[in-house]
Write a protein that binds this ligand. Sequence first.
Ligand SMILES: *Cc1c(COP(=O)(O)O)cnc(C)c1O
Length: 219
Amino acid sequence: MSYQEVIAKIPEDVTLVAVSKTKPIEEIIEIYQQGQRIFGENKVQELREKYEQLPKDIEWHLIGHLQTNKVKYIAPFVSLIHAVDSLKLLKEIDKQAKKHNRVIDCLLQFHIAREETKFGLDQKEAVELLEHPTFSRLNNIHIRGIMGMASFTKDETQIRKEFQTLISIFDFLKTNYFPDQSSFDTRSMGMSGDFKIAIEEGSNMVRVGSLIFGSRNYN
Ligand SMILES: *Cc1c(COP(=O)(O)O)cnc(C)c1O
């Protein structure tokens, strides 16, 4: 599918993150020239290298797991960190953001899939994080919403169920922890294989890679 065909399928109120991981600079430029300004990467070093080489009006999202010791490499420029799943990580993001006089937007990642290997919180762990005394002292991070990945399966009923779980967690957190914050508004769910279902279930941010850039070649 071409970039134009993908954006034609995404409603205007849904943000498209073009996932450019493993793809070379030239291919990213091609999509950039068609108007795309938000790109997502899952590795810190690759994100940093691409940030340095590409136009500075790109908003870079880190969508993959982030190790505490690597936060410093992206803190100067990253515009959204999708996969926050511990207070320890949040504290480090806050600390590095402060050094650069920034407030860094973050999403809490939830584990909704059947696969055991995926990172992410459950609702109870999120509550513990949000009620921790330390959390209220973090002034240089801003929780904008939630992120999750459904199981890799063809079972559409299962995928829908997992997205519904994620939306119910979003609603719970919004009501109980962010009632007066219109900026707690982001529901990052849906990838190439399931973004249409995700949007039907309430996503307003989709992370689409292979459908735009073609399949990836991990050597
Ligand atoms: C790679 C990746 C995507 C995009 O996957 P595609 O199937 O290529 O669209 C989305 N989200 C995360 C967290 C990823 O790592």
